[in-house]
Design a protein around this ligand. Structure first.
Ligand SMILES: Nc1ncnc2c1ncn2[C@@H]1O[C@H](COP(=O)(O)OP(=O)(O)OP(=O)(O)O)[C@@H](O)[C@H]1O
Ligand SMILES: [Mg+2]
Length: 1004
């Protein structure tokens, strides 16, 4: 399959594009200008320039575009000839050429071949330069001209001189000149260097340096490339995508090559460099001396960051030779110094290429050297060294040392609260277990224990599926051993394995896994000795009680939870008591006794905290916060969830089961109560570049506020969530519902329907049917149907109107069934669910041509006062219905209430539709934001940040003044730039000054 990526939409170069378009404005206005676009090979110079070229043509420019080729000095004026040839069809150019003999000779029919000798004479050159100038002036008299000369790093001397000449001589002609060159080719003695330096001193010449593309832009580009694919294995998962984005380091060409290899190649090829790319990268290395190449090879083995001392030792060069060789590699821009005593490769793929080019024996030897250098207690005391050592040992086939180092690295990572890394190292050790002489002695534990450690760290890092897989295999191995009559692990360890498996299965959101959980939990209880009392037995019982929740058999749950409590007491394990109490509290909550639930959960939470068992503490915090939230006590709920969030993040459990849940509850509490600036700060802390299911889940949560505010972040979040929408284990209904709302706000009703329907489909669970979460997307779709029905009726198209009403009727059925929740007949809908359901009824009436204010009033009453934003949205529709009924004063009153909330929350899309309604219905006072209209889009927090930007503060300083994390500050800054349409901080600062937001002291 061929992957076509170049044709698509250009990403991430708005600022640069704007500068180049401003250049065209200048040229149009009669001021000659030039830009030098520079950047590494493949970073996107040609792509940007082609965009400018296209827009210039649209604006009526005559475009001449020529390329230099890698022929060095041998063909003079090659790019000029190329440009003229390309434009020779245009009659204007033809005419202008015909009177210029020197130029005509550049064309094939003009005898290009003979040019060589003549142009070397000074006279011929003068004539040539004069004719080019004359040609441009003549063309520019008719229409403005854009002359593009690409890849000037390869330009011949005459072309270089011509560029200098034109930049100096063009003044009032309507000509824009754009030259591009590669920065990474421009070594210190490159002949283009002085030319660039000289040109940039001219006031009419600007430099546009292309830095690496932002990861989000690259991801968007690659995702778009994949979406454009026809059938076939076009999709890759988000981990692979993220991997490519990371490896490409902002280089679009590298990213495309890696993507093509990854889509086309098989599993094994994915991790290696595509051959063409490797050859390209290595050609830069091959120009170096032998010694410098030796240094690069040693550095490639050492890693992306290479420690000076290690590299020298591994290279085997004496000090003086080594210094010279390193200097050479640095001069050629292959290595870059990093800190006082290390180097990094200029690009990570360069390291991969050099590494991939090592001969097998050479590679093993170099790794072995690294092993012996690193195996020294002093070095090993530095965190992270054990992990490096393990890798080098493995690569040099020293299995026993690799095994020992992996265990050590796993322990180290676990202590640092880095479960993902701990899991990786333990897993590595497990893989080596059978190849080591006395593994139990080296590891200090039996194999089953190591497996359990690996699995629980996988789950703690958010990868529950991996944990389940590992634990299932461990259980199978134990059973098989027992059947063969061999000695198995001791009963308590087996109990732990069974209990954890059941617990993780229970946290997976599907019925099949949960049914398996019940079975595993029961078998575990039965296989664990009841006496003497142990916490393991108590925990097995408590977890069994928890799994029984699946069928709403509350009596059975209570009975087993009580047994768990007793067993925990007998074993003096207060945290297991706490765990059983959480289950009891949850049952009370489910049976509608929320006060009792809160009492039990509060006690459980306290007990778990005192016992310092984090997993239980988080589970308690989650259920307690949720119970508060359900009762409408957002303050208590918010506090508990906040504390849980802090604990989870401090201990590396942010993505573990219940770790993500407390985080999104924390957000939900502030989102619901209308403290949106705070909610926004929380949401901004949720990852954007998501590469795992729990991260994608958190990012979906942030969409609540990003969509409601119309934040630019929506597009970026969407791009990263997209690959997960089809992933197993990802619950896409929140993301899809919110993307449907976003599409609706943007006026894309087809997309809104598609997303909403996809969300509805996700919530359908056979054999039971719809779920309360089906209601919300059903309402979004209903809203589209109603809009369309209203339009059709207005146009007199009764047939279409009827079809829309039928579609709406089906959606109303979905909402009603979801509210009834057939799977859990004892369930009662909370205020939020009732509010949405009432909205469904109201939308259906609107679709039917009977927009009844009473229905919308009912919806407001159902939400109750807590759901600030939902109420404002409903008031908007109420105002519309009242206006339709001719009750203008009441409509105006509802409109004003809604508008005030929309402004307070900075819910811009809502404000837009309100303004539209005001214009159409002549209600409301089109309240204006006054002079500061430009800044009105900003939240008060963002204004604060903008004030500091205007005062020249850095993100770090802003963070400290406002008591927020630097990351949060940087998110504020990019949102501000987005909202103001500013390309840089300087531009934003200028806007702030212009709008009168002067630098008042904030903080110190
Ligand atoms: N901003 C962008 N948006 C979308 N695609 C891009 C972007 N920048 C580059 N690309 C794509 O990446 C590839 C490499 O880009 P391009 O050819 O413009 O690089 P270059 O800087 O001109 O490299 P060279 O120095 O080799 O000429 C092309 O397929 C291009 O379409
Ligand atoms: Mg190019």
């Amino acid at each position: 399959m061929v992957l076509r990526v170049s044709a698509g939409h250009m990403v991430g170069r708005d600022g640069e594009l704007r500068r180049l378009l401003a250049l065209l404005d200048d040229a149009e206005a009669g001021q000659s200008v030039a830009a030098l676009v520079s950047g590494d090979a493949g970073v996107g110079k040609s792509r940007l320039v082609s965009e400018v070229t296209r827009l210039a043509e649209e604006r009526g420019f005559t475009v001449l575009s020529g390329q230099c080729a890698e022929l060095g000095d041998s063909v003079p004026y090659l790019p000029l000839a190329d440009a003229l040839r390309g434009a020779a069809q245009s009659t204007g150019v033809q005419d202008a050429m015909s009177s210029r003999p020197a130029l005509s000779r550049l064309l094939p029919e003009g005898g290009y071949g003979q040019l060589d000798n003549e142009v070397r004479s000074g006279l011929a050159r003068q004539q040539m330069f004069g004719e080019v100038l004359g040609l441009l002036a003549e063309l520019a008299a008719a229409t403005p001209v854009l002359l593009v000369l690409e890849d000037l790093h390869w330009a011949d001397a005459s072309t270089r001189d011509l560029v200098t000449f034109l930049s100096r001589m063009l003044h009032r002609e309507r000509v824009a000149l754009i030259g591009t060159y590669r920065t990474d080719d421009l070594h210190r003695r490159h002949p283009l260097r002085p030319v660039v330096a000289e040109l940039l001193r001219l006031p009419s010449v600007i430099a546009v340096d292309l830095t690496p593309l932002a990861p989000s832009a690259l991801a968007e580009h690659l995702t778009a490339a994949l979406t454009g694919q026809a059938a076939g294995p076009g999709r890759i998962d988000a981990t692979a995508l993220n991997d490519i984005v990371t490896r490409a380091e902002g280089n679009a060409y590298y990213a495309e090559e890696l993507l093509a290899a990854s889509v086309n190649g098989d599993q094994a090829e994915r991790r290696t460099l595509p051959a063409g790319l490797a050859a390209l990268l290595l050609s830069r290395v091959e120009r170096l001396s032998d010694e410098a190449q030796r240094v690069l090879r040693a550095a490639a083995v050492a890693g992306r960051k290479a420690d000076d001392e290690l590299v020298q030792a591994a290279s085997g060069l004496a000090a003086a030779e080594y210094e010279a060789a390193v200097r050479e590699a640095v001069t050629h821009q292959l290595l870059v110094t990093d800190g006082a005593d290390g180097y990094v490769f200029r690009h990570a793929l360069l390291r991969e290429a050099v590494y991939g080019d090592l001969l097998p024996g050479e590679r093993t030897r170099l790794h072995a050297t690294m092993c012996s250098l690193l195996s020294d207690e002093q070095r090993l005391a530095v965190p992270g060294t054990a992990a490096e050592l393990a890798q080098h040992c493995l690569a040099s086939h020293d299995i026993p040392s690799a095994f020992a180092a992996s265990i050590r690295a796993g322990d180290e990572a676990e202590q640092l609260g880095a479960p993902a890394e701990a899991h990786r190292h333990y897993d590595q050790a497990l893989a080596l277990w059978e190849r080591v002489a006395d593994p139990e002695k080296t590891a200090g534990m039996v194999r089953g224990k190591l497996g359990l450690l690996s699995a629980s760290n996988a789950a703690d890092s958010g990868d529950v599926e991996r944990a389940v897989h590992l634990l299932r295999r461990l259980r199978q191995a134990i059973t098989a051993q027992a059947e063969r009559g061999e000695q198995t692990v001791d009963a308590l360890l087996a109990s732990r394995i069974g209990e954890r498996l059941a617990f993780y299965l229970m946290t997976m959101d599907d019925y099949k896994s949960q049914a398996e959980a019940v079975e595993v939990a029961l078998a575990t209880v039965e296989a664990t000795p009841e006496s003497p009392p142990t916490w393991q037995y108590a925990r097995a019982v408590a977890t069994y009680a928890n799994t029984l929740l699946i069928d709403d058999d509350f009596d059975a749950v209570r009975e087993w939870a009580a047994r768990g409590l007793d067993a925990a007491r007998a074993a003096s394990a207060p945290w297991v008591q706490a765990d059983a109490l959480v289950t009891l509290g949850f049952v009370s909550n489910r049976s509608g006794r929320n006060d009792e639930a809160i009492e039990l959960l509060t006690q459980a939470h306290k007990q778990a905290r005192e016992a310092k068992v984090l997993g239980v503490e988080l589970r308690a915090a989650y259920h307690l916060a949720r119970a508060h939230l359900e009762r409408g006590d957002l303050t208590s709920g918010g506090l508990i969830a906040f504390e849980g969030t802090k604990r989870a993040n401090q201990t590396g459990l942010g993505l573990a089961p219940y770790g993500t849940d407390v985080q999104h509850l924390h957000f939900q509490c502030h989102y619901a109560d209308g403290k949106w600036d705070h909610a926004q700060e929380i949401a901004d802390g949720f990852p954007v570049r998501v590469t795992s299911v729990p991260e994608a889940q958190l990012s979906s949560m942030a969409l609540f506020i990003d969509v409601a505010r119309g934040n630019p972040a929506v597009a970026e979040r969407h791009a990263w969530i997209e690959p997960f929408l089809a992933a197993p284990g990802f619950d896409g209904f929140i993301a899809r519902s919110l993307l449907a709302e976003h599409a609706l706000w943007q006026g894309d009703t087809d997309l809104a329907l598609t997303q909403a329907q996809a969300a509805i489909d996700i919530t359908f669970e056979p054999p039971w049917g719809f779920h309360p979460s089906s209601i919300r997307p059903a309402v979004i779709a209903l809203s589209v149907r109603a809009d369309r029905a209203v339009q059709a009726r207005a146009a007199g198209d009764e047939e279409s109107a009827r079809a829309e009403v039928e579609a709406a009727r089906e959606l109303l059925r979905v909402a009603r069934e979801g509210a009834a929740f057939p799977k859990r007949p004892k369930f009662t809908l909370g205020p939020e669910g009732r509010g949405w359901l009432a909205r469904a009824e109201a939308e259906f009436r609107r679709a039917s041509g009977d927009n009844d204010p009473g229905e919308w009033e009912a919806a407001i009453a159902e939400f109750g006062p807590a759901y600030v934003y939902e109420i404002a949205r409903t008031r908007w529709r109420l105002a519309e219905a009242l206006a339709e009924a001719g009750r203008r004063d009441e409509a105006g009153e509802q409109w004003r209430l809604a508008a005030r909330t929309a402004d307070d929350l900075h819910a811009r899309p809502l404000r837009r539709v309100l303004d539209d309604l005001a214009r159409r219905a002549r209600i409301g006072t089109a309240e204006q934001h006054g002079d500061g209209a430009v800044l009105a889009a900003l939240t008060s927090r963002e204004r604060e940040v903008l004030r500091l930007i205007a005062a020249g503060r850095s993100n770090r300083e802003i963070a400290s003044v406002l008591f927020i994390a630097p990351k949060t500050a940087s998110v504020h800054v990019s949102n501000i730039l987005g909202k103001l349409g500013a390309a840089s901080r300087t531009e934003a600062a200028a806007i702030a000054h212009r709008e009168g937001l002067t630098a008042q002291p904030a903080g110190n």
